[in-house]
Design a protein around this ligand. Structure first.
Ligand code: MLT
Length: 311
């Protein structure tokens, strides 16, 4: 009698908000089970993996996103668990929100909308009050202004290139890769030799670097001091890049004119010239699907062939 050895079906667990439509590639050969405590692979978005011990079946974890701060990468690597991320898969979504916010804050839209919501009365009174708002919220055009882009990877390069199209002058700086090798960067993006040069010359600054020991708190009292007064700063990367107490002081003094952050923090949450979003940068239908698809492909490829493809 011949005995058939049935191979155990591998289980993949998804943790928080992974787009179902991106997981189709896994459905045929894998069990997708969110309850399983000891899966072969995990696809995760923001869940804090530092808080739990990996099961002994775990072979791979894929972050459906660029940053991997929520995964203990060193520990997992030592344990032989492969860690993937999905660089570039959400870049367009983040870029669109950065440029939307840049223009909206420059035109005082966030404050203007909040002010208009408080209006009460009949149409005639409202029309009179509108005249006050019109004076109060005079904005600035971005055309001809200088945008400093720190970090010229997938997201930073898209922001830099599209800002040129909006008529801005763009200076780029990347602390990790040489600007010449930066991803698809337009030749019209000027290269800052040092980050201080970028700080000193930009009217608007947007940051697109990971949070590391080298970048933590890179926006602080000292660096605010180098910047042009009334500079607008956009942070769609990680909250820890900014010393938020120093930011509060800089916003109070007007050294920083506006701060747009995707990482709400109690120091600046209620400040008039700060706007906080609930980590919306990558939150679009398209980006969530792209990230899930890329993560699913990476996991499938690894479980089936042992190949590690982080793209
Ligand atoms: C990222 O690191 O790419 C973002 O945090 C993605 C997300 O919003 O989950």
């Amino acid at each position: 009698m011949t005995m058939m050895v049935l191979e155990k079906v591998k289980t993949i667990k998804t943790l928080n908000n992974i787009a179902e439509t991106g997981l189709d590639v896994l459905r045929e050969n894998y069990l997708l089970d969110d309850e399983n405590e000891n899966p072969d692979a995990i696809i995760v978005r923001s869940f804090n993996m530092h808080a739990i011990e990996p099961g002994n079946n775990l072979k791979a974890i894929a972050r459906a996103g660029a940053g991997v701060n929520n995964i203990p990468v060193e520990q997992y690597t030592e344990q032989g668990i492969v860690v993937f991320n999905t660089p570039g898969a959400n870049a367009n979504a983040v870029k669109e929100l950065v440029l939307t916010s840049l223009m909206a804050s420059s035109r005082n839209l966030f404050a203007g909308v909040a002010w208009t919501r408080e209006l009460e009365g009949q149409d005639q009174q409202i029309s009179k009050l509108v005249e006050t708002g019109k004076k109060q919220f005079v904005g600035k055009e971005i055309r001809g202004k200088t945008l400093g882009v720190i970090g010229l990877g997938a997201i930073g390069a898209l922001v830099a290139n599209d800002a040129l199209g909006l008529g801005m002058d763009v200076i780029g700086f990347d602390p990790f890769i040489s600007v010449d090798t930066a991803w698809n960067l337009s030749r019209n993006v000027q290269r800052a030799g040092t980050i201080e040069q970028l700080f000193a010359n930009a009217d608007y600054i947007t940051v697109h670097v990971p949070l590391t020991d080298d970048t933590v708190g890179m926006f602080n009292e000292k660096t605010f001091g180098i910047m042009k007064p009334d500079v607008h700063i956009l942070n769609f990367s990680r909250g820890g890049l900014v010393d938020e107490k120093a930011m509060k002081i800089a916003l109070e003094s007007g050294q920083v004119g506006k701060y747009i952050t995707d990482f709400p923090n109690e120091n600046v949450l209620k400040m008039k010239n700060a706007v906080s979003f609930p980590h919306l940068g990558a939150s679009t239908i398209e980006s969530e699907e792209n990230c899930a698809k890329m993560a699913a492909r990476q996991v499938k490829e690894f479980l089936e062939t042992g190949n590690i493809q982080n793209s």
